[in-house]
Design a protein around this ligand. Structure first.
Ligand SMILES: Nc1ncnc2c1ncn2[C@@H]1O[C@H](COP(=O)(O)OP(=O)(O)O)[C@@H](O)[C@H]1O
Ligand SMILES: [Ca+2]
Length: 504
């Protein structure tokens, strides 16, 4: 009996055992914490050059290597605007096209850590300016492309080609960009990915955002409609993160705002024989001597006249301006259930839209990004009726080449959206005019890189049941619990209050 009452903690074996258990628990906690501490992040980089009709921009993207398949992890690290015009403007002196990229490429060498240079892909995609040049003079467009290719290959990055992307790609990648950045692909439709879905899939897939891109030479509209896309030329199928998307897209060549202006001017010149063009789309008091070749050299313009100059004079009247813009849209002869214009199929508009590039630049300048359609029309009419002198005075810092065209561009945008694409007062506020989402610019370049670098998986990636922080927290919690139990055991073991029942 005496033996039994002796405090067991006085035995060296028991003490050694207790110390070992305590050490074991400490080791367990330390290992869990240390092992799961995020490693210093390894970043990967990618470069995309957007060779637009009016200018070229170089984008650098960055993402943590270990998370590359998640949505929303690729970010824009830097953008560099190439000095001078778009590459298609160098058609008569192609060497200068390649040379024009040097400054931005050198900047990329500084921005991206040197040890990552040889694993960093560089892509160049040219859009509507080069599509037009190829149509006009394909050998000139080949020379320009070879020149930029040669220039890009002289850098220590991984060259992945310089090509003219199609209008469909331009629309599709813009749509991928805005939905990737606003994390629309993350949502699940609630169905396990291996369960086949019914045919009307677009009503079940998580909602996405449409994309509206206005460039200088072309414009794109891309969205997921509720109805089936009946025209094969406008249909795209994607499987992204375990969901199927049936996307509608169309790119209108010559309906970018710079080419549309040329077509409108040519149309207006056609209407009178004089060498004076009285234009309601420009502010009152605006005058300029213009060469006709600047208009007639465009492949978007088919009319011609003999003189070489004309006198351009503004009258600032949006109602009349809209009348003359409407003439470049053909609203007759739709061979489909419904059309936007020029006999091009367009399903019923669906959901919200992000409108970027020149849609944003122009609407933002005119302060029309958050108004109703009616207020937008009123404010635009007021802007157009300002005299050119007042406009110049009010905006001394804005370059003339943009400033002189805002009345035209604003009217063109409202006409394109309302009469072309059939937006109404009711769904006008579904359009969000955006420049960036987070820190990344809205545009086709990010989607292009995500696709070519396989950064968007078709199936949703397997995720561990617990997030990292949760896992560490659970480990620490359970270990602490063990320690507490152990301490209670220790305090209790030798006491009669704990042991009395046994010994009496
Ligand atoms: N600050 C600005 N204000 C108005 N328009 C702008 C501004 N910055 C760029 N733009 C216009 O945005 C358009 C960009 O088109 P771009 O991407 O070069 O052509 P595309 O996509 O048709 O190949 C051009 O019409 C250009 O004039
Ligand atoms: Ca563009």
């Amino acid at each position: 009996l005496l033996e039994m009452k002796k405090n067991p903690w006085h035995s060296p074996w028991v003490i050694a055992l207790a110390v070992l258990i305590a050490l074991g628990i400490i080791a367990l906690v330390t290992t869990a914490v240390v092992q799961n501490k995020p490693l210093p992040k390894k970043f990967k980089y990618g470069i995309v050059l957007d060779a637009g009709s009016s200018h070229t921009s170089l984008y650098i993207y960055e993402w943590p290597a270990e998370k590359q398949n998640d949505t929303g992890v690729v970010k824009q690290l830097h953008v560099c605007h190439v000095k001078g015009p778009g590459i298609s403007s160098y058609s008569t002196d192609p060497k200068r096209a390649g040379a024009s990229l040097q400054e931005c490429m050198n900047e990329a060498k500084v921005k991206i850590p040197e040890r990552r240079h040889n694993e960093t892909p560089v892509y160049l995609g040219a859009t509507a300016g080069m599509r037009l040049l190829r149509k006009e003079n394909s050998s000139a467009s080949d020379k320009v492309l070879s020149s930029v290719a040669k220039s890009l290959q002289s850098y220590p990055f991984q060259y992945h080609g310089a090509r003219i992307i199609t209008g469909q790609e331009e629309g599709a990648y813009g749509w991928i960009t805005v939905n990737y950045l606003s994390e629309k692909f993350k949502q699940s439709n609630g169905f396990p990915s291996d369960v086949p879905l019914p045919l009307s899939i677009n009503t079940l897939t998580p909602s996405t955002m449409g994309a509206l891109d206005l460039g200088g030479a072309s414009t794109q509209i891309t969205f997921v409609p509720h109805e089936e896309v009946v025209s094969k030329d406008n249909a795209l199928d994607f499987r992204l993160y375990g969901n199927d998307y049936k996307v509608y897209t169309h790119s209108f060549l010559c309906y970018g705002k710079d080419q549309a202006l040329k077509v409108v001017l040519a149309e207006q010149l056609q209407e009178n024989d004089e060498d004076v063009l009285v234009n309601p789309c420009f502010n009152k008091g605006y005058t300029k001597n213009m060469s006709l070749s600047s208009i007639y050299s465009s492949p978007c313009v088919s009319t011609r006249r003999n003189s070489s100059y004309f006198f351009h004079r503004g009258t600032g009247n949006t109602t009349q301006c809209r009348e003359s813009i409407r003439k470049i849209f053909n609203f007759t002869g739709c061979p489909w259930p419904r059309c936007s214009f020029n006999g091009i199929y367009q399903p019923q508009l669906q959901g919200s839209f992000g409108a970027f590039s020149a849609f944003y630049f122009v609407m933002n300048f005119l302060n029309l990004t958050t108004t109703t359609l009616e207020v937008a029309k009123e404010k635009l009419a007021a802007y157009c009726s300002l005299s050119w002198k007042d406009v110049k005075q009010n905006y001394p810092k804005i370059k003339d080449k943009y400033l002189e065209e805002y009345c035209f561009s604003g009217t063109y945008i409202l006409t394109l959206l309302e009469e072309g694409y059939n937006f109404t007062s009711e769904n006008w506020n579904n359009i969000e005019f955006i420049k960036k989402i987070g820190d990344s610019d809205a545009g086709w370049t990010l989607g292009y890189m995500l696709n070519l670098t396989n950064l968007i998986p078709a199936e949703s990636p397997a995720v561990p049941p617990l997030p990292h922080a949760g896992y560490v927290a659970m480990m620490v919690l359970f270990s602490l619990l063990l320690v507490v139990l152990f301490v209670i055991g220790y305090k209790c073991f030798g006491r009669p209050s704990c042991t009395s029942q046994k010994y009496t």
